[in-house]
Design a protein around this ligand. Structure first.
Ligand SMILES: *[C@@H]1O[C@H](CO)[C@@H](O)[C@H](O)[C@H]1NC(C)=O
Ligand SMILES: *[C@@H]1O[C@H](CO)[C@@H](O)[C@H](O)[C@H]1NC(C)=O
Ligand SMILES: *[C@@H]1O[C@H](CO)[C@@H](O)[C@H](O)[C@H]1NC(C)=O
Ligand SMILES: *[C@@H]1O[C@H](CO)[C@@H](O)[C@H](O)[C@H]1NC(C)=O
Ligand SMILES: *[C@@H]1O[C@H](CO)[C@@H](O)[C@H](O)[C@H]1NC(C)=O
Ligand SMILES: *[C@@H]1O[C@H](CO)[C@@H](O)[C@H](O)[C@H]1NC(C)=O
Ligand SMILES: *[C@@H]1O[C@H](CO)[C@@H](O)[C@H](O)[C@H]1NC(C)=O
Ligand SMILES: *[C@@H]1O[C@H](CO)[C@@H](O)[C@H](O)[C@H]1NC(C)=O
Ligand SMILES: *[C@@H]1O[C@H](CO)[C@@H](O)[C@H](O)[C@H]1NC(C)=O
Length: 589
């Protein structure tokens, strides 16, 4: 089956992760090992930029790289890497496929060129939900908001054929674990679909493939993906959904579902009193996403339309299926969107933190699902002393529709994100060779820039004024900020009986911060490990490797010895180090 037939695709895992054996994982607690680089001018980013240009040009010349084959004739793409602290992209690259001449309404491809998003639009739908409604309704049953589904509950006396809608919550629909099925009249082989056989050939072709003949009257004559049928009405949609058997009971195992977001959009309308499209337009306007729309932009828009609108499905209106696969956007607007997510511009940061979390595992070791995030865990080298890596999680969403394929991801640990938008003859296969090459380069650059920033900020000795207490900090081949020496009131504190069995002491950021006395204070936590931080081996479930169980350790009069309050000046240089447990403030000497 061609992708173009079905406009959605669950994400494929990064090919770099497809190794059979995992590398050694560093024991630092989950989360960033450094504060993310707050300045794009680090050499690591400049190097990454030129490296990425060279890598992509080479892949285009070869028609492939290690992540897949690349169409250098008939599929254009735009890729952008953005960061939190600047509106200037870290990386911006556009490939105009020679065979797609005439596809650009304004003659050239740029960060303002509009592509169709496909299922990436689910993320814009959920963001709109999170901003306007939030997640406090996530445990509400959907029957509270959709009367037709409430009425359908008696049907669920046959749980194999009918979903028990009173057990389907808003949160389960938002995170692909409602157990309901994938589609209604999208890619249905018994109805005409874009790119499929002519309407009169649909059933004969299916029958020739071995599907049984169907009674013509029994097919609901509507579709969300056909030029030959009218769009489905709410009644047709909900009727179809109710008669579509579930895959699992809710909260069993994830199933990629387009109808889940169509149902959510109806619930959004019920809760807010306006359509999801109105809500989305308000958000795009608030954020200044001037190229982004829930339905096709006007004919004067700066867009990429491979060949023609029939081939590309550029302006095909998905109707009530729009919330699961509609939307139009550019790499510039996706960067604006990504910064708004990471900076919690339109929602409280505690809600953002809750949203940027997995809800369910998948059958893949390194892929998880959120609402509606497709979460990939990537192992990035972090410790050259013991040759270990640490996990960096990307919260992403992919999409496919017509001649378009898209990827968007944010990396909270680095304060960066990226988008790849492709359009043309083979858009889907164009994404991973571009994305994965850029990810490899920029994640390592973000790691290096953050480490360089930490090295500049921390390296030095900090002393108390009134007592012989001091601490010496720096960076080395390991992760985090290494504690090289710690004297407390004339005693070598690292040699006290509680710490003497450890030899690896490292500080990690926690994101708790405040401003006072012209300094910005961040709370850090000290991990202490033995054997240079070598993980315990042999015990499969070794809790010795689970550092989160050891945080907030060694309490002295209710304050923890592993807690440090670090004061940064306006240049980002550490001027004071306060040990909470030891009640001492040490200043840069
Ligand atoms: C470090 O680990 C990687 C992945 O496990 C392995 O391929 C590599 O050979 C190791 N390098 C050293 C110096 O041990
Ligand atoms: C980034 O660093 C450069 C060079 O050190 C400096 O000129 C610039 O002001 C910094 N920018 C920010 C936003 O801190
Ligand atoms: C396109 O890729 C093919 C390999 O698939 C290669 O032979 C050709 O030289 C490339 N064309 C250009 C213009 O780079
Ligand atoms: C695209 O290029 C081909 C070959 O040069 C040319 O025949 C065709 O007219 C061009 N199409 C457009 C729309 O510019
Ligand atoms: C549907 O689920 C609700 C909640 O668990 C339960 O009370 C009800 O009996 C179920 N209905 C049927 C018909 O199984
Ligand atoms: C099936 O229905 C369509 C649309 O209503 C109609 O055009 C077509 O002639 C019907 N086909 C048969 C075999 O009855
Ligand atoms: C659209 O473009 C495709 C691919 O070039 C072509 O096969 C088709 O005939 C075109 N359709 C229209 C309506 O121009
Ligand atoms: C430092 O140690 C001395 C000697 O043990 C003790 O008398 C004093 O109270 C300690 N002072 C502080 C601030 O810890
Ligand atoms: C502070 O204590 C350390 C460790 O006991 C010792 O080496 C150093 O000489 C002391 N410094 C002063 C100024 O007393």
């Amino acid at each position: 089956m061609e992708f173009r037939r079905v406009f959605v695709w669950a994400s494929a895992s990064l090919s770099v992760l497809a190794s059979t054996q995992l590398p050694k994982v560093d024991l630092a607690a989950l989360g960033p090992i450094y504060q993310s680089a707050s300045n794009a001018s680090y050499q690591a980013f400049a190097d990454a930029k030129s490296q990425a240009v060279a890598t992509l040009n080479e892949a285009l010349a070869n028609g492939a790289n290690t992540y897949g084959s690349l169409d250098n004739q008939t599929t254009s793409f735009s890729v952008s890497v953005f960061e939190l602290t600047s509106d200037e992209p870290l990386f911006d690259f556009h490939f105009e496929a020679p065979g797609l001449n005439g596809s650009l309404t304004k003659g050239s491809l740029s960060d303002e060129t509009i592509y169709r998003t496909g299922s990436l639009g689910k993320l814009l739908t959920m963001y709109t939900w999170m901003v306007h409604i939030g997640d406090s309704v996530f445990t509400d049953p959907i029957t509270k908001y959709i009367p037709e589904l409430a009425q359908a509950v008696p049907d669920s006396s046959n749980p194999i054929l009918y979903t028990n809608w009173s057990e389907v919550t808003i949160g389960s629909l938002a995170s692909q674990i409602s157990g309901i099925g994938a589609n209604f009249h999208v890619g249905d082989l018994a109805t005409p679909y874009i790119g499929g056989p002519s309407p009169s050939e649909v059933i004969p072709e299916a029958v020739s493939l071995g599907f049984p003949p169907v009674n013509n009257d029994s097919i609901i004559q509507c579709s969300f993906y056909s030029y030959d049928l009218p769009p489905c009405t709410r009644e047709q949609l909900l009727n179809g959904i109710i008669h579509h058997p579930p895959v699992y009971p809710s909260y069993t195992s994830p199933v990629y579902s387009n109808i889940a977001y169509q149902i959510l959009a109806l619930a959004y309308e019920e809760i807010t009193g306006r359509s999801i499209e109105e809500g989305q337009l308000e958000i795009y306007s608030e954020l200044g996403m001037t190229s982004t729309t829930p339905t096709a932009p006007g004919s004067d828009a700066n867009a990429i339309i491979p060949y023609n609108t029939t081939f590309s499905a550029f302006d095909y209106n998905l109707g009530l299926a729009g919330p699961s696969g509609g939307q139009y956007t550019s790499t510039k607007d996706l960067a604006t969107f990504g910064r708004a997510i990471l900076k919690s511009t339109l929602m409280p940061s505690y809600v953002t933190r809750r949203w940027l979390k997995p809800v369910t595992f998948t059958s893949q070791l390194l892929n998880y699902v959120g609402a509606p995030w497709e979460i990939q865990r990537l192992l990035v080298p972090a410790n050259s002393i013991i040759n270990a890596s640490h996990f960096v999680d990307t919260y992403s969403k992919t999409g496919d529709v017509g001649a378009y394929s898209t990827f968007f991801g944010v990396v909270p640990d680095y304060g960066i994100g990226l988008s790849v938008l492709a359009a043309g003859v083979t858009p889907h296969t164009q994404i991973s060779p571009v994305r994965d090459a850029v990810v490899q380069i920029f994640y390592q650059a973000a790691e290096a820039a953050a480490k360089e920033q930490a090295s500049k900020a921390f390296t030095g000795t900090f002393k108390a004024s009134n007592i012989n207490s001091s601490i010496t900090l720096g960076t080395d081949g390991g992760p985090g900020v290494v504690v090289q020496e710690w004297i407390s009131n004339g005693t070598n504190f690292l040699q006290n009986p509680y710490l003497a069995s450890y030899d690896d002491f490292r500080l990690y950021p926690t994101e708790l911060s405040m401003e006072a006395d012209d300094l910005i204070y961040y709370s850090y936590r000290l991990n202490f490990l033995a054997s240079n931080g070598e993980p315990t081996e042999g015990d499969f479930w070794s809790y010795n490797n689970d550092y989160w169980m050891f945080l907030d350790a060694l309490i002295y009069k209710n304050l923890a010895t592993d807690n440090f309050i670090i004061g940064f000046d306006e240049d980002g240089i550490v001027q004071s180090v306060h040990s909470t447990g030891l009640r001492v403030t040490m200043s840069r000497s």
